[in-house]
Design a protein around this ligand. Structure first.
Ligand SMILES: [Zn+2]
Length: 674
């Protein structure tokens, strides 16, 4: 698809052929050349160098993965830990683990892998001497340390139900929750059941899904299934449905991979997030008598949610984009407009860019051209960005992923570049299980809003239209591919979309649940309430198309009510309304910050640690320090040697935390317990 750029000679030839080129000709070859646009610079889509060196035990947790395991999802456990804010772990490969390095850590987490007898002995000895150990669908050689005995058979694509009476079950939704992949069946032999396996939504089995055990001087936790694989499949969809159009909505989209995969009776629950929280509850249990686990809060400051305001725009003229942005600004928010420029020839674009130039530089011309020519000029786009909004690319992929190049060229050729780092694809078309994600990551895109609640497949058999968490989550996490490679691209769900909820006379629009605009606002209010008041703690992606504003009349009225009503309620709850770019930047800052040198002075009951961000930034991160540890309560707190109040509290799962808001710079935090 890539074409050789036009040379100066080509340009001069063209300049002679007709009047269309006269004006750009007057501005010169430079304008003409830049109007041809650019193609993305391709790089590796993968996150490299995730393993830690040296293994010095300066953080409490060691994650052990096996690059040769038949289950390739081990590294995703690291993504889960960071999504949960447990940024205090090292990662190593099983082949290099030795007893000496293992001993330096409080808690070792072993990804699903077969073990040799010698490896199993090493882990057993670690636990016997007081180590804390977590196994994901562990090798049955380790059954004795987990306090269970292997039974024949497995249970696949079932459910788990947390024991609410167990301390690790505190703060976890007691409903049955889906898991994907296979669970091994075990009989208890001394362990405490934390969660049970269910064969379906309503039928209990006699087998544990997760169990806690004391062995020797140590403690263990085992999951009968692999949480990493289960959550990757829950979030990213069923690989067996890749490239299939099965959802009754024309086109192969992300949502196709969730047909028969998401239990619509459970879509209101962030099932993946709940199970991750259970995992962290168990880590907190294991940390008793060891170093307390510091954590980073999910959101900015003390917020309980973020609403990410986005709107797809299909070549809509400038005034209609402006209309939406002004509503967003009423509530102090910012918006990302995913913009599809109309594709034109190089010559046509040069003419257009020249008109842009005249409009931006010779104001009287804009009134002459304004009527027939409404695309935003680069000057207007720059102005929107200066107001904190984002104009990003909304590429078509109906003719294949190669179309990305056409849209990239058009967008940059018009002078709208550089292309932003977040994206939503037109019609959320999707190729392969992770092929689209790999392509986006290779083009430098770092957050994707293509997972999207839309279409007739999301109706329950009883006729209801549930809303919530198609991917089981309100958290951004990086993608993992079939081979277990982490992609440098965050997946953020779009939880609600006008085109799904509200019928309008707009081409390609669904409106299946037949809601009025006000009823659609109630859907958003419910999601916000669950996040802020019921501990769902979700970042909610919203789709507010620009197109209805251009159509005017009934569509414009409905779009206004939906956007205004949704944002008004977010503002009322104190939920920040952010552009996708702002959310990406916060997400990366939080993900990349590390806790280091976490030390616990047992005699003084004193915790010290450093927080080291990857880059300093004019923003904040919220550090969570356990308010109590090993039967003592926090009595004093300091940041960089300065005494700090420790009264701001937040309960997350089974832990009460002290909440400390710090600038995105290196800090030392000290907490004394008494
Ligand atoms: Zn679109």
């Amino acid at each position: 698809m890539k074409k050789r750029p036009l040379s100066r000679r080509d340009f001069l030839k063209l300049a002679g052929v007709g009047t269309a080129i006269v004006v750009p000709g007057a501005l010169g070859y430079g304008v003409f050349r830049s109007a041809q646009g650019e193609y993305p610079v391709e790089g590796s889509p993968y996150v490299e160098n995730l393993l830690t060196e040296p293994l010095d035990g300066s953080v409490p947790i060691l994650l052990i993965v096996n690059g040769d395991s038949p289950n390739p999802f081990g590294l995703y456990l690291g993504e889960i830990l960071r999504a949960e804010g447990i940024n205090c772990f090292h990662i190593t490969d099983l082949s290099t683990v030795q007893a000496g390095s293992l001993e330096k850590y409080d808690i070792a987490i072993l990804a699903e892998t077969p073990l040799s007898a010698a490896q199993a002995e090493m882990f057993e000895a670690f636990v016997a001497r007081g180590g804390r150990f977590v196994g994901m669908r562990p090798d049955s050689r380790l059954a004795p340390i987990f306090g269970w005995e292997r039974s024949d058979g497995t249970l696949s694509e079932g459910y788990i139900k947390t024991e609410s009476s167990h301390p690790a079950g505190e703060g976890i939704d007691p409903s049955t929750l889906q898991f994907h992949g296979a669970a091994d069946l075990y009989q208890l032999a001394g362990a405490q059941t934390v969660a049970w396996l269910y064969t379906d939504r309503d039928t209990a089995s006699e087998y544990p899904a997760a169990a806690l055990n004391e062995f020797g001087a140590g403690m263990t936790v085992a999951f009968a299934f692999d949480l990493a694989k289960s959550i990757a499949l829950m979030r990213q969809g069923n690989p067996e449905l890749a490239n299939q159009d099965v959802d009754g909505l024309n086109g192969v989209r992300t949502v196709d991979m969730f047909k028969g995969w998401i239990d619509l009776e459970r879509i209101e629950i962030p099932q993946a997030d709940e199970q991750q929280r259970l995992f962290v509850n168990l880590l907190s249990q294991l940390s008793r008598g060891k170093r307390p686990l510091p954590r980073l809060w999910y959101f900015p400051e003390d917020k309980k949610s973020v609403l990410i305001a986005t709107g797809d725009s299909h070549s809509n003229p400038q005034p209609f984009i402006e209309q939406a942005l002004e509503i967003v600004e009423k509530y102090g928010g910012h918006m990302t407009v995913y913009y599809s420029p109309q594709i034109v020839s190089d010559v046509g674009r040069a003419v257009r860019v020249t008109r842009f130039w005249l409009t931006d530089h010779v104001p009287v011309v804009s009134t002459v051209l304004g009527e027939e020519f409404g695309s935003p000029t680069p000057f207007v786009v720059e102005g929107w960005r200066a107001r904190g909004h984002d104009i990003a690319l909304h590429p078509y992929a109906d003719a294949g992923l190669e179309q990305w190049l056409v849209y990239w060229k058009e967008f940059t050729g018009r002078g709208y570049g550089p292309v932003s780092e977040t994206v939503r694809t037109h019609r959320v078309l999707w190729t392969g299980w992770m092929e689209t994600a790999r392509l986006q990551a290779s083009y430098g895109i770092r957050m994707n809003f293509d997972y999207y609640h839309v279409g007739p497949s999301l109706q329950k058999p009883n006729g209801e239209w549930p809303n919530g968490h198609l991917i089981g989550s309100g958290r951004p996490m990086r993608f993992i591919d079939e081979q277990g490679r982490i992609l440098n691209l965050y997946q953020q769900h779009t939880h609600f979309a006008d085109e799904h909820l509200i019928p309008m006379d707009v081409p390609g629009w669904g409106g299946w649940p037949q809601l009025s605009a006000q009823e659609a606002v109630e859907v958003v209010k419910d999601l916000l309430n669950r996040s802020v008041k019921q501990s769902d703690f979700s970042a909610l992606g919203g789709q507010f198309h620009i197109d209805p504003f251009q159509l005017g009349g009934d569509p414009a009225e409905k779009a206004t009510v939906f956007l205004d009503g949704s944002l008004a309620y977010a503002a009322e709850l104190g939920v920040p309304i952010w552009s996708a770019q702002e959310w990406l930047e916060f997400t990366e800052r939080r993900h990349e910050a590390d806790f280091k040198d976490v030390t616990w002075d047992a005699n003084a009951s004193s915790l010290t640690l450093s927080l080291i961000p990857r880059h300093e930034a004019d923003s904040t991160l919220t550090v969570l320090i356990p308010a109590a540890h090993t039967d003592k309560a926090i009595s004093a707190l300091s940041v960089d040697g300065v005494t700090t109040p420790h009264s701001a509290r937040l309960v997350l799962g089974n832990v009460e935390y002290v909440q400390v808001i710090v600038s995105t710079q290196a800090h030392t935090v000290k907490a004394d317990y008494a």
